[in-house]
Ligand binder design. Structure first.
Ligand SMILES: *Cc1c(COP(=O)(O)O)cnc(C)c1O
Length: 229
């Protein structure tokens, strides 16, 4: 039996406590629902959650169809394959994982054709650990990519996202998250005309460190829904 309500209560408590301890504004809790069935999302919705994050397009589309009666804000957080960009631009309000201009162009063009009046909100994914095989733009290439993406008419660049390697201690978790916050600050200085208000960072294992470093969107799967099956 799932204990979603209990997990949610514990999570809310952790977030609240981290915000008080570090004197930070409360981030949005994005419910990461990959591998969960539609009924679990419906239950989470009934607890008050409205923003859901999905990694796989086909899986997400099936759940969107089943849950079309709910006012969910859908966020795409997985790698964007360029042949999926069209459907992603049509069916999501946010994409957290843009790291190439070619994909951004496709998303913008598809958003225009979708007839959706609002621009697609995007975050640029940063390879903040600079690990060779990881997704994300390298910090030194971030501002040029941001400059290009900010010219696309049907996207709104809102900020940055990262998935740092899992670390055991608060201090080790905090460093890359603070680095990402510093990257955002640099972008805000360089592009004062853009509404860069988003730091998508913090997962089940590092949410306290992410709050301390200034997260505005926590992406939580395991500690909300339980271990993935
Ligand atoms: C799965 C996933 C999460 C959630 O991770 P948990 O450790 O289960 O909370 C967050 N962000 C991304 C990009 C993910 O793929």
């Amino acid at each position: 039996m799932s204990n979603l309500a209990g997990n949610f209560a514990v999570l809310e408590q952790r977030i609240e406590q981290a915000c008080q301890e570090h004197h930070c504004a409360r981030p949005l809790l994005l419910a990461v629902s990959k591998t969960r069935v539609a009924d679990e999302l419906r239950q989470a919705y009934q607890l008050g959650l409205r923003a859901f994050g999905e990694n796989y397009l086909q899986e997400a589309l099936a759940k969107q169809h089943e849950l079309h009666d709910l006012a969910i804000e859908w966020h795409f957080i997985g790698p964007v394959q360029s042949n999926k960009a069209r459907a992603i631009a049509e069916h999501f309000a946010w994409v957290h994982s843009v790291d190439r201009f070619k994909v951004a162009q496709k998303l913008s063009a598809a958003r225009a054709e979708s007839g959706e009046g609002q621009p697609l909100n995007i975050c640029l994914q940063v390879n903040i650990d600079r690990a060779p095989s990881k997704s994300g733009v390298l910090p030194q290439d971030l501002q040029p990519l941001l400059a290009q993406c900010s010219e696309l008419p049907h996207l709104q660049v809102r900020g940055l996202m990262a998935i740092p390697d899992a670390m055991a201690t608060f201090e080790a978790q905090y460093q890359p998250l603070a680095d990402l916050a510093a990257c955002l600050h640099g972008c805000q200085q360089a592009f004062p005309q853009l509404p860069l208000d988003t730091l998508s960072m913090g997962m089940s294992g590092d949410l306290e460190a992410a709050v301390a470093a200034g997260s505005t969107i926590l992406r939580i799967g395991t500690d909300l829904f339980g271990a993935r099956h």
